[in-house]
Design a protein around this ligand. Structure first.
Ligand code: NAP
Length: 305
């Protein structure tokens, strides 16, 4: 029986692997078919401590990976198909093979919901973002739109006014779903404008490699018009990648995994979760890495009993 299997290869998974490997637990880490997590679609990362010059998201993940490998993590570039509870631990199935392990650290993260446009995909990291905290800084004195009408859209818009010269919220209905206090703050901010009843049907700038505008369609009249802008922030929610855990552990109403406060423990002994999978609130690489470390320490303690 293996001591630790880690599933997921973002900052949480790799940090768990570094700690588990250095504790001589010989972890196996399944990195999936598209390794690296959300940082793989981020360009400059300027807020990860230790990189005063900034670093590209994919390079940062490559460094995490090398560090985990250096201490002997067994990396499998495979997608885990199922996770089962068995006597004394868990069974992980991948590529027709099964692995039995005493503990599992889940670190499969979350995904920002996308608008679902081809132009959005092409310009991701080149003016299109889903994280104002990460990328707002690059829009000093620029014009941006924020898509969405929830608390995130309000929060991101307000945050972006620190940098951008103009922030326009584009919302598909005529009222926000955000809490009143967040709406009040938004309406009171003179740098924020709102376009109601509009959806983004195209992001412009694919030909030049960066965002130059957005094509909007009025959801009531069907009218189409172009807006000249430099950035698009989609704040239309996140979804945790908790599919493997459904029916196995307690999830909250948004399908995030519930943990014992201040730990990475779930309601299933030996099953730990780290990173965005249990965190709808902070969602930062550094906080994910922090909980990855916590999960490895929690697993180590569990195994020593
Ligand atoms: P959310 O509440 O689910 O709101 C998502 C928004 O995006 C909605 O307004 C929705 O429009 C819109 N939307 C969804 N799909 C869309 C699409 N394909 N195209 C255009 N618009 C789309 O998500 P959230 O704002 O990320 O908030 C998530 C949770 O975190 C909430 O419980 C929120 O209260 C909480 N949160 C709290 C704070 C805070 O208190 N400081 C900050 C951030 C988040 P419709 O309204 O038409 O459905």
């Amino acid at each position: 029986m293996i001591d630790v299997i880690i599933i997921g290869s973002g900052p949480a998974g790799w940090t768990a692997a570094i700690y588990a490997a250095r504790a001589s637990l010989a972890p196996i880490l399944f990195e999936g078919n598209e390794p690296g997590g959300q940082l793989m679609t981020t360009t400059d990362v300027e807020n990860f401590p230790g990189f005063p010059e900034g670093i590209q998201g994919p390079e940062l993940m490559q460094r995490f990976r090398e560090q985990a490998k250096r201490f002997g993590t067994d990396i499998k570039t495979e997608q885990v198909e199922s996770l089962k509870i068995i006597d004394g631990g868990f069974e992980v199935a991948s590529k027709g093979q099964t692995y039995q392990t005493r503990t599992v650290i889940m670190a499969t993260g979350a995904e920002a919901r996308r608008l679902g446009l081809e132009s959005e995909k092409k310009l991701y990291g080149h003016g299109v973002s889903a994280c104002a905290t990460c990328d707002g800084f690059f829009f000093k004195q620029k014009k941006v739109i924020v898509v969405g009408g929830g608390d995130s859209a309000m929060e991101e818009s307000n945050f972006l006014t620190r940098f951008a010269s103009e922030v326009t919220i584009v919302h598909r209905r005529a009222e926000f779903r955000a809490s009143k206090i967040m709406q009040d703050r938004t309406f009171a901010n003179p740098k924020i404008k709102v376009i109601w009843n509009a959806e983004v049907i195209e992001i412009l700038g694919v030909d030049v490699g960066h965002v130059t505008g957005a094509r909007l369609k009025d959801t009531v009249t069907g009218e189409i018009h172009d807006l000249s802008i430099d950035g698009v922030f989609a704040a239309i929610g996140h979804e945790p990648n908790s599919r493997l855990l459904q029916g196995l552990v307690d999830l909250d109403e948004k399908k995030y995994v519930s943990v014992v406060k201040g730990t990475t423990m779930t309601n299933v002994p030996g099953l730990f979760v780290s990173g965005d999978l249990q965190d709808p609130r902070y969602r930062q690489a550094i906080t994910a890495a922090g909980t990855g470390c916590m999960a490895a320490l929690d697993a180590e303690k569990y195994l020593s009993h």
